[in-house]
Design a protein around this ligand. Structure first.
Ligand SMILES: [Zn+2]
Length: 195
């Protein structure tokens, strides 16, 4: 697998076949997937309106890459700023990172147990909201970091955007979600999805 920027360049390369450009977009989403790969891919297909026949709208691939790249840039800038602050704190003798910063981490992980239920806003908008939630020290169990919904301490997915408040991947997938998931994913991959 190549780097995100190299894969994004291939998405925009008119000399490549539509299929090769689609696979390059897939590679971009494997590098940067705020909602996990499947939910992020579903979001891109819907938001960029990638058609079943790629030739019908090749620009949709470019739109999807643009959206992903824009969000990734904001996230990376934030991660770099945090790293720089940590470097300064360490130099000043503070060895243990603040708890909130440990939770923040290098990568953005908003787990959406159902890959078809995820925030619908542009990715960069959601990334900015997550950063703002971190800055305000908001409790993710009380207020959804992705959409701002008042969760009232529920442990289920945010009813507004589908993100699971406490993140993680273990034991939170409702059994009914496993039903038909392969078929739903195949439809998404073929861009037969409607939403
Ligand atoms: Zn939400």
């Amino acid at each position: 697998m190549t780097s995100f920027p190299a894969a994004a360049r291939r998405v925009r390369d008119d000399a490549l076949t539509p299929r090769a450009r689609l696979l390059a977009l897939r590679e971009c989403a494997l590098h940067f997937a705020p909602y996990g790969f499947r939910a992020t891919w579903h979001h891109l297909v819907v938001n960029a309106r990638i058609p079943q026949q790629l030739e019908d709208d090749l620009d949709s691939l470019r739109r999807a890459a643009d959206e992903l790249e824009e969000a990734r840039a904001v996230w990376r800038e934030r991660a770099a700023a945090l790293q720089e602050r940590r470097r300064r704190e360490k130099a000043a003798g503070r060895r243990v990172p603040r708890r909130a910063d440990r939770a923040f981490g290098d990568a953005i992980h908003l787990y959406c147990p159902d890959f078809e239920q995820h925030p619908t806003d542009r990715l960069v908008t959601v990334v900015r909201r997550v950063i703002a939630a971190h800055d305000s020290r908001a409790d993710p169990i009380v207020t959804c970091v992705a959409c701002g919904w008042a969760l009232k301490g529920e442990s289920r997915c945010c009813p507004d955007c589908g993100v699971l408040p406490q993140g993680g991947k273990r034991g939170h997938r409702p059994p009914w979600l496993a039903i038909g998931v392969a078929e739903r994913w195949t439809k998404t991959w073929r861009r037969e999805t409607s939403r």
